[in-house]
Design a binder for this molecule. Structure first.
Ligand code: FAD
Ligand code: HEM
Length: 396
């Protein structure tokens, strides 16, 4: 229980943090990586460089400070952080490292304004938040390990198949080297690969792109220009090779409580199609109406086109809609252009009573989010994932 004085001191720092929040986390990361290089491999350098990860941490710290006397109001933000931490293998012993460096960064950026009293209040508040996260993460580690086919830590996976899905996306079918069962993950979840490339330890999240219950876990990876892991997977990783994987995690999953008659609308751009493929594979046989809207650059980049068509042919409840923004002469998409309010509205039932899941590049997600709201879909029916740190979808 935090004292009233601690709560007051932490709350009093909110305006200062709002002014310096990102600067603090920008100081924090280089400091932590210098003093504790052992944690560097958990973080994605590209997320640091773009500023999204510092913004996400600054946002979380600020939200926490602002709500310290009514934490239930921000409890909804915690599952994403907890799943991300567990996916990446963050351990309780890492928390004091982050805490020490965060407080040191606050001191450095605020200078004289960071009194001993303020720092002590923050140390206490950080510890309280850390304990909440550590406790919830311990439960998730345990649940992941105890479910049939589940595991904790790294598990060796053999690449059983490697198949191109488009000119830029390739699937990898991973089967456990130990020959054991696989967990019934939830469609939309992702696993983490633990790799060493050019002597550098590194971790990356990849959504599971096939339904649960298959004898493999499939990931489908887009080759990113200049990307370390995706290019290594495309060029170096071969059938028969072994990769280390951490257990599936993620809270961007199909709502198990949703009524079977409520339409499921999956709207994806580019490689954002991967978790939607898992959702589609899992939900198609249920008879639930599914609108599968996918935006790709052109037919050459369009992954899983034939599989989606085959599912639609087999299950009349599945209705695909493909649009390309730079079609080739031979392409025959359902529309040319990008997802906007008019296009989305035309795909939705009149009552807008749907579950709308979306994922793609950031501008795509901003457009779909705005279009969904403009079309009248209730905000709580919109769900999304980011293939990186959480970012703001609205300018506000
Ligand atoms: C939950 C989740 C699920 C995901 N699912 C998938 C999926 O199903 N399929 C998929 O393909 N991807 C997925 N991703 C993305 C994936 O984790 C990787 O981020 C992606 O493969 C790129 O990794 P990389 O190592 O190839 O690129 P990185 O080396 O991380 O580089 C990414 C980009 O940043 C640039 N960059 C790298 N370092 C720097 C730097 N220091 N400064 C400036 N720019 C830099 C690179 O040139 C490149 O353009 C997912 C991510 C998350 C968080
Ligand atoms: C109270 C303490 C902490 C808070 C509030 C916090 C908050 C966050 C937030 C908001 C994110 C972004 C989630 C997203 O992807 O949207 C995140 C991601 C992450 N956190 Fe934490 N975190 C804490 C402790 C730690 C610790 C102790 C570690 C271990 C070193 C850690 C490692 C990471 C990593 C590796 C990521 C993903 C970074 C990436 O995308 O490159 N965090 N955390």
């Amino acid at each position: 229980m935090l004292s009233a004085q601690t709560i007051a001191l932490v709350k009093a720092t909110v305006p200062v943090l709002q002014e310096h929040g990102e600067a603090i986390t920008r100081h924090f990361y280089p400091l932590m990586f210098r003093e504790h290089p052992e944690v560097k491999a958990f973080f994605n350098e590209a997320h640091q460089a773009g500023g999204a990860q510092p913004r996400a941490l600054a946002g979380a710290v600020l939200a926490y400070a602002a709500h310290i006397d009514r934490l239930d109001e921000i409890a909804g933000a915690l599952p994403r952080i907890i799943h991300k931490h567990v996916a990446l293998g963050i351990q309780p012993e890492h928390y004091p490292i982050v805490g020490k460096c965060l407080l040191q960064a606050i001191r450095e950026v605020l200078g004289a304004a960071a009194t001993d009293e303020i720092i002590a209040a923050w140390a206490e508040a950080y510890q309280a938040l850390a304990e909440v996260l550590i406790g919830a993460e311990a439960q998730l580690y345990q649940a992941n390990a105890e479910q049939p086919g589940g595991w904790r830590g790294e598990r060796a996976m053999r690449i059983a198949r490697k198949e191109a899905e488009s000119e830029v996306i390739t699937s990898f079918y991973l089967e456990p080297v130990d020959g054991g069962a696989l967990p019934a993950f939830q469609p939309g979840q992702y696993l983490t690969l633990v790799l060493t490339i050019d002597g550098q330890p590194t971790r990356r999240n990849y959504s599971l792109s096939d339904a649960p219950g298959r004898p493999w876990l499939r990931i489908s990876v887009k080759r990113e220009d200049g990307g370390k892991v995706s290019n290594w997977l495309h060029d170096q990783a071969q059938v028969g090779d072994t990769l280390q994987a951490l257990a599936p995690c993620g809270d961007f999953v199909l709502d198990a409580q949703a009524p079977a008659e409520r339409p499921l609308v999956l709207v994806t751009g580019g490689v954002g199609i991967t978790p939607a493929m898992s959702m589609l594979e899992a939900a198609a046989p249920s008879g639930r109406p599914i609108r599968f809207i996918h935006a790709a650059r052109h037919g050459g980049w369009h992954a899983f086109a034939q599989r989606v068509q085959a599912l639609a042919a087999q299950h009349p409840n599945v209705q695909p809609f493909f649009l390309y923004d730079e079609p080739r002469p031979q392409d025959r998409p359902d529309a040319v252009g990008r997802v906007d309010a008019a296009l989305l509205a035309a795909q939705l039932p009149a009552d807008r009573d749907v579950d709308l899941y979306f994922l793609g590049p950031k501008p795509f997600m901003q457009a779909v989010h705005a279009a969904g709201l403009a079309a009248g879909v209730a905000p709580e029916r919109l769900r999304w994932e980011f293939f990186g740190p959480l970012e703001a979808l609205q300018a506000a």
